[in-house]
Design a protein around this ligand. Structure first.
Ligand code: CP
Ligand code: NVA
Length: 313
């Protein structure tokens, strides 16, 4: 594929055609292999983002996203500026639009983790540099690119394979629905009643010909799965923790649930994890868990996302 225009946003998987997502994943694989054995702070051969700077805006907490994006820019030969939303004038009421206009004058791209998805969309609409969604209340597309890299490293193509999501129909679940549709695998989501994924995401998948099934039966949902994925029962910004703890009890991923999955099934979790809540320690710390590879792959997937947004691949 030829280089893209240097102002392509990465807001949601549904906004991008499968070929672009495939191209990003393939690049991530090649670049990951090319730097095997190198020190983590060493720059990649060719320094594709030399001279480029990424601004990173965080309205919510982060460990993986912050470190992996910062190291991604360093390895690509560029640099980054980390900003806490609350410490910016944005946190005192400066508009998103004015923030977008100003920040576009200083940096080459913006990564944003926002409370409200509309903030990311407005930054992209008003600003003049590429914007990357690093998690909102709606979605977490960078996570799903790392998850796809992890799954493909284990299984090769995910086409026609079966993935099961157990737990909250949250932001990560929405991006998983979009990934299933774009990468053509079968997805079953087992969620408690009242905590199903967004109707819009499910309707979009149906309209696009995606193979997405909803159920409230975690045992049945796991039958024959190649991968079982879960996430916290209480996401950042959720205010109904007590109600959630009650509703989600039967949705813990235990070794009993994993027994229904295929013999070589893997377990994924975007982290941070809560052992004894959404996942039993024996599963996340057991032989089927690929969560540490998954966390590392945030770095590799995002390097390719950054390079694509900036028109370098
Ligand atoms: N998975 C993920 O996005 O982790 P952080 O919240 O630590 O960035
Ligand atoms: N669903 C979680 C994901 C954290 C990476 C949250 O939004 O808090």
């Amino acid at each position: 594929m030829s280089a893209t225009a240097p102002n392509s946003h990465f807001l949601d998987l549904k906004d991008l055609p499968s070929e672009v997502l495939r191209h990003i994943l393939n690049t991530a694989k090649v670049w990951k292999a090319a730097r095997a054995g190198m020190p983590k702070g060493a720059v990649d051969v060719g320094t594709p983002l030399a001279g480029h700077t990424l601004a990173m805006i965080f309205e919510k907490s982060s460990t993986r996203t912050r470190i992996s994006f910062e190291m991604a820019m360093r390895q690509l030969g560029g640099s980054s500026v980390v900003l806490q939303g609350a410490a910016m004038q944005l946190g005192r009421g400066e508009s998103v639009a004015d923030t977008a206009r100003v920040i576009s004058r200083y940096v080459d791209a913006v990564m944003v983790r926002a409370n409200d998805h509309a903030t990311v969309v407005e930054l992209a609409e008003v600003g003049t540099v590429p914007v990357i969604n690093a998690l909102t209340d709606r979605s977490h597309p960078c996570q799903l690119m790392a998850d796809m890299l992890t799954l493909e490293e284990r299984f090769g193509s995910m086409e026609e394979r079966k993935v099961t999501w157990i737990g909250d129909g949250n932001n990560v679940a929405t991006s998983l629905i979009e990934a299933a549709t774009r990468f053509n695998f079968s997805l079953t989501l087992a969620c408690p009643r009242g905590f199903e994924p967004s109707e819009d995401a499910v309707a979009w998948a149906e309209a696009e010909g995606g193979d997405v099934t909803l159920t409230s039966d975690p045992q049945g949902a796991t039958r024959g799965a190649d991968a079982v994925i879960t996430d916290t029962w209480v996401s950042m910004g959720d205010v109904d923790a007590a109600e959630r703890m009650k509703a989600f009890g039967p949705f813990q991923v235990t070794s009993d649930i994993m027994k229904n999955a295929s013999a070589d099934a893997v377990f994924l979790h975007c982290l941070p994890a809560h052992r004894g809540e959404e996942v039993a320690a024996e599963v996340i710390d057991g032989p089927r868990s690929v969560v540490w590879e998954e966390a590392e792959n945030r770095l590799h997937a995002q390097k390719a996302i950054l390079a694509w947004c900036l028109g370098k691949i």
